[in-house]
Design a protein. Structure first.
Length: 157
């Protein structure tokens, strides 16, 4: 199958029952997206962006992504990755870090659609991403901070 992965046209052989997560991890050697619940698609640890929308990759057959554009944390530019890392560290939102890449990709998709989301909008957007370490408040803080760092949101007072 052919797809655009992190900005580059790529081709990989995928088995008939392979998920997008399988192809990304096993076919391309990418490790940011995690398998937390495959094939249920209920934890969000495997979230990537497909054609600009956040998608859980474990519950999707790879064949569905023929010719589509897939973006993972590895494909974010260095400035964006640094802003997310700084925001998560500053807010104390990254404890074990297992869920962080999926949350970052879901939040990145949100900020691309809505550069100035309210805290409630952020919470709703991240509702499908589970984290057992932080209690979510710090994650919401990190997304707000990332938006500020990337100039996507004005300071809230």
């Amino acid at each position: 199958m052919r797809l655009t992965l992190n900005g580059a046209s790529r081709e990989v052989r995928a088995g008939a029952d392979a998920s997008l997560l399988d192809v990304l991890r096993d076919g391309f050697g990418l490790r940011s997206m995690k398998d937390g619940c495959a094939p249920e698609g209920s934890c969000g640890a495997c979230t990537v962006m497909v054609d600009g929308r956040a998608v859980v990759s474990c519950a999707q057959p790879a064949s569905r992504f023929e010719g589509r554009e897939v973006l993972t944390v590895e494909g974010l530019d260095a400035v964006t990755r640094t802003a997310w890392a700084d925001a998560f560290v500053t807010a104390g939102a990254s404890q074990c870090g297992y869920c962080s890449p999926g949350i970052v990709m879901k939040a990145e998709a949100l900020l691309r659609r809505s550069p100035r989301p309210s805290r409630d909008e952020i919470a709703r957007a991240l509702a499908g991403n589970l984290c057992r370490c932080t209690g979510y408040t710090k994650i919401l803080d990190a997304v707000e901070l990332a938006a500020l760092l990337m100039g996507r949101q004005e300071a809230r007072t």
